[in-house]
Design a protein around this ligand. Structure first.
Ligand code: CAA
Length: 261
């Protein structure tokens, strides 16, 4: 891998987009390596993934403008699909994914962060969808996910004006869940990942599935999705252990880590 760093830290992992000279812009190779790295995550051990960018300046400054500049209509569509497929893989990844946005998150960078379950950012982060200033639309899911996350009115304003926003505004409109100093960002993301990884893994995965699939369904259908995933938990050892632990009145007992089962 030339452009992706991956480090497993016990039961969570940190994936870093590492193309610092181009502010971690997403060209085809970065997208392919990101896709391959996701496929290689050891899901028997890793229970939460953090995605960040290399360096102190940028998370991802967008899709690679140099590569896109000469594309034909058909090639543009194929490039959009390549990006969309990776973003969708992240969105539907079995375990939670946290974006630790450490600087510019523009265009494809904002879109990458929005495909993650949770976004937190550093105080120097800048978000935006500047595509219409380049003569294109957002192409890696921005027209769809931004509206779902912050509402259609605000999403349309940001996309039509191509205005970038700073961390405090991203927090105010609900695009990120928290803002940290640059030094505190990755530790905060890792702490959150570690907290998530301590909980019953199948239950956490089922929560992600229920929320994601429920959001795409009407309420009647969504509640059935929840019921099935809730029911499925009762076949796990973690449910039996977690509830038995609660019901056991022995105050001396120590809670064992949940097993991946
Ligand atoms: N694609 C390719 N290269 C990029 C890039 C991008 N999206 N963003 C930055 N770079 C490169 C620059 O070309 C520059 O390379 P060189 O050193 O070889 O000249 C290097 O990264 C550093 O960038 P700057 O010198 O421009 O750094 P800066 O601090 O002056 O500005 C910035 C930072 C404001 C982020 C500016 O780089 C910028 O505006 N980048 C483009 C942001 C953008 O428009 N992103 C959206 C792309 S379109 C898209 O993503 C479509 C989609 O939805 C799929």
């Amino acid at each position: 891998m030339d452009y992706i760093l991956y480090e497993q830290k016990g039961n969570y992992a940190v994936l870093t987009i590492n193309r610092e000279k181009a502010l971690n812009a997403l060209n085809s190779q970065v997208l392919e390596e990101l896709d391959g790295t996701l496929d290689a995550v050891d899901l028997s051990q890793v229970r939460c993934l953090v995605i960040t960018g290399a360096g102190a300046k940028s998370f991802v400054a967008g899709a690679d403008i140099g590569e896109m500049s000469t594309l034909t209509k058909e090639e543009g569509e194929a490039f959009g699909k390549k990006g969309n497929d990776v973003m969708r893989k992240i969105e539907t990844f079995p375990i939670p994914v946290i974006a630790a946005v450490n600087g510019f998150a523009l265009g494809g960078g904002c879109e990458l962060s929005m495909s993650c379950d949770i976004r937190i950012c550093s105080d120097n982060a800048v978000f935006g969808q500047p595509e219409v200033g380049l003569g294109i639309t957002p192409g890696f899911g921005g027209t769809q996910r931004l509206a779902r996350l912050i509402g259609a009115g605000m999403a349309k304003q940001l996309i039509y004006t191509a205005r970038n926003i700073k961390a405090d505004e991203a927090y105010r409109i609900g695009l990120v869940n928290g803002v940290y100093s640059q030094e505190e960002l990755l530790p905060a993301a890792e702490k959150m990942a570690s907290t998530i990884a301590k909980n019953a893994p199948i239950a956490v995965r089922n929560c992600k599935k229920a929320i994601n699939e429920g959001l795409d369904a009407d309420m009647e259908e969504a509640l059935v999705i929840e019921e099935k995933l809730f029911g499925g938990c009762f076949e796990t050892e973690d449910q039996k252990y977690g509830m038995a632990f609660f019901l056991d009145k022995n105050k001396e007992k120590v809670k064992e880590p949940f097993r991946n089962c």
